[in-house]
Design a protein around this ligand. Structure first.
Ligand code: AMP
Length: 214
């Protein structure tokens, strides 16, 4: 059983890296942002309570985050482990999590703010299957169309300059201090997120002593 947290500034590539790791090591990928986007798309009751925060790039109140994380982990479908993506993002969330779970490692993907700003403004998402694209280094074959399911590619509602700046500020003020807590416990592995996707993935696997090489 492996339990990981993957973290880094928004746009550092943690979603992509988490999916690659989850696939090869049978981990359940739990992305709080994805869960929130699903609620918004499905117009659930929760959607009305979270939408104004996500659109502005603000952190959703802790009690709502804790509710969705608890519900997801309570499904206990993670026989081989899980990788938590985008959580915890502040000290309250970290304490809540550590009350019930332990963790094997925190994967920190290190990318400078200016690089992520450029990446995020070029990020596109398939409205149908959710696949991620980037207009600089992962262009679709046909402009605006998903290679896999032919859905339309759209920008995320929160990928605008104001929301991105707000998320970067929150990361440095609220998330980075939490990492100190994990650092003291020697649980953090830091990788250089400016490299290409496979190089980053291999660095993660090497540092976690996981065997498969991509
Ligand atoms: P992400 O896909 O991780 O960039 O998350 C998208 C948005 O969901 C964030 O900008 C927040 O509004 C919200 N969100 C995701 N995870 C959390 C969290 N752990 N705490 C608070 N808000 C979150």
């Amino acid at each position: 059983m492996r339990k990981y947290i993957i973290t880094g500034v928004q746009g550092c590539g943690k979603g992509t890296q988490a999916i690659m790791l989850a696939k090869d090591f049978n981990l359940v990928h739990i992305s709080v942002g994805d869960i929130f986007r699903w609620h918004i798309q499905s117009h659930t009751k929760l959607a009305a309570r979270i939408q104004r925060f996500t659109v502005e790039g603000k952190l959703v109140p802790d009690e709502l985050v804790e509710e969705v994380v608890k519900q997801r982990l309570d499904q206990h479908d993670w026989n081989y482990g899980f990788i938590l993506d985008g959580f915890p993002r502040n000290e309250i969330q970290a304490s809540f999590f550590l009350e019930s779970y332990d963790i094997d490692a925190v994967i920190l993907i290190d990318v400078p703010d200016q690089v992520v700003l450029d990446r995020i403004m070029n990020r596109r998402l398939c409205a149908k299957c959710g696949l991620d694209y980037n207009l600089i280094f992962h262009r679709p074959k046909v402009d605006g169309i998903c290679d896999v399911c032919k859905g339309n590619l759209v920008a995320r509602a929160d990928d605008n300059p104001e929301a991105v700046r707000s998320r970067l500020k929150d990361y440095h003020q609220k998330t980075a201090p939490v990492l100190e807590l994990f650092k003291q416990k020697e649980l953090i592995i830091k990788v250089d997120g400016t490299k290409d996707t496979n190089t980053v993935q291999n660095e993660i696997r090497n540092k976690l002593s996981l065997i498969k090489i991509v």
